[in-house]
Design a protein around this ligand. Structure first.
Ligand code: GAP
Length: 455
């Protein structure tokens, strides 16, 4: 059974590390923050880019029948009528506590299988109002006049731009079914109850792939893509014990879905969805065809008279949510320390054991001492050499142990120390984050050494 009620929280350490080390900041912090919005700092944006690159490469390079797209966020409001987001099911049931006036999504405080008829406020035990439908679409106006005619919406999922471009992409790329279209982009939902740091926010980024196929092959491809997606997480080092799949019961399915399996991660606050694999049938193409008047059927060979609406398998994952899972999974506390800077066996050092492809900083250059001009000069030369190929940091402040410790905390793969021998031998010490083994490497071989290690 899925964890419905998420009681905070256990993520304080991740929140604190994220803020302290420049991964994630609250939005508009100098004005007291802005509800459920977050800014990705220098390390956060690098990690986010790494996740997006890993996904994009997986989808478009590994599969030669998947192509990319970058559709606009603002679309004709007709899209949202056709997709069902304005009419059918894109609404949550909202209840409000009559005592403390907090609002909740009904499905989060009542397990759909439970017999509870009159749930109480989970915060203060007060009585709740009757559930009301609340549409999650964010409204905006296009142009200078704010009226019904200029009303449109920020997209709540990126995939609709893929469906409206289905024909454009198929024709310009001369594709035949089956094929996929991949896209990464921002999405917006006016969530009733954003929560758990970046887990559920009102602005987030999605990585979605829509696979168009023959209706009779839909089950085969559903299994195929589910397997592919699970392997993606495993290959990026996510602990298998912290991943599971959840078959969404029929009555909980989104309005467009015939079948859905969620990939769930075991967050400190419970098992929660990070990605959905959906069989959307012909819901999207047939509805867009009907509403737009554009025939979106596929004809296997011109004039065969065997046209059909391709069925769609969708893989949909949040960038922010997966980043959160990768951070939680990589976070380790080492008692007694690993850098000899701890003062007692009880003291804890943090190690962020991110996969090499996701680690925001690949190498840190550390002069052994900062009061020897030749060593500092050499270290800066090494930093300059590496900086054009890798995201690097230069750090000369504090003891070498403390500097290792700072780098371990952000998951830096290699610490490169320049010492007195470096001046004579033109080499450096390279410390591996995971093994802590140290190796002397010639400076002129350093770039290829790191390249080989992170390939
Ligand atoms: N196109 C299908 C779709 O959007 P979804 O299950 O609603 O399906 C897919 O969302 C993924 O998008 C989720 O698994 C999650 O990773 C991410 N996501 C959805 N809503 C989110 C939110 N409010 N905050 C952060 N990520 C969200």
């Amino acid at each position: 059974m899925r964890d419905k009620l998420t009681i905070s929280n256990g993520v304080e350490k991740i929140v604190s590390l994220s803020k302290r080390r420049g991964f994630i900041f609250p939005s508009s912090e100098i004005y007291g923050g802005f509800s459920s919005c977050y800014d990705f700092g220098p390390l956060g944006v690098e990690m986010k880019n790494n996740i997006k690159k890993a996904w994009w490469d997986e989808m478009t390079k590994k599969h030669d029948d998947v192509v990319g797209l970058d559709a606009s966020i603002l679309m004709s409001p007709e899209v949202w009528k056709a997709s069902g987001h304005l009419t059918a099911g894109f609404a949550d049931e909202l209840v409000e506590c009559r005592k403390c006036h907090k609002r909740f999504r009904l499905d989060e405080i009542v397990n759909p299988k439970s017999e509870i008829r009159n749930p109480k406020c989970p915060d203060c035990g007060g009585d709740l109002t009757k559930p009301k439908k609340f549409n999650l679409m964010m409204k905006t106006f296009v142009g200078p006049v704010e009226d019904e005619a200029s009303l449109t919406y920020l997209r709540p999922e990126t995939c609709q731009g893929i469906y409206t471009n289905f024909k454009n992409v198929m024709q310009t790329m001369r594709l035949k079914i089956p094929f996929g279209i991949a896209q990464i982009g921002k999405a917006f939902r006016n969530e009733i109850n954003p929560k758990d740091f970046i887990y559920r926010t009102r602005e987030f980024e999605q990585m979605e792939m829509q696979w168009f196929c023959e209706p009779k092959k839909v089950d085969k491809f559903f299994d195929f893509w589910l397997k592919q997606r699970l392997n993606w997480y495993y290959n990026l080092g996510l602990n298998k014990k912290n991943l599971r799949t959840y078959e969404v019961p029929k009555k909980e399915l989104a309005h467009y879905a015939k079948r859905a399996i969620d990939i769930e991660y075991k967050f400190p606050f419970g098992w929660q969805e990070i990605e959905g694999i959906h069989n959307r049938g012909d819901w999207d193409l047939s509805n867009h065809s009907k509403h737009s008047g554009e025939d979106l059927k596929y004809d296997p060979s011109a004039g065969s008279g065997q046209e059909y609406f391709p069925h769609i398998i969708e893989t949909s994952v949040g960038v922010d949510r997966s980043l959160f899972a990768f951070l939680c999974d990589a976070y380790q506390e080492v008692k007694g320390g690993r850098t000899k800077t701890t003062k007692s066996v009880k003291e804890i050092e943090v190690l962020l054991k991110l996969h090499k492809d996701l680690a925001p900083v690949k190498a840190a250059v550390l002069p052994l001492v900062k009061n020897k001009a030749e060593i500092v000069k050499k270290a800066k030369q090494v930093y300059k050499l590496l900086k054009s190929d890798f995201i690097c940091q230069y750090d000369e402040t504090g003891s070498i142990g403390r500097r290792y410790r700072r780098q371990d905390e952000i998951g830096t793969l290699f610490c490169i120390t320049i010492d007195f021998d470096s001046l004579k031998k033109d080499d450096v010490t390279v410390r591996n984050r995971d093994t802590m083994k140290q190796k002397r490497i010639k400076i002129n071989g350093l770039t290829s050494y790191i390249n080989n290690a992170i390939m």
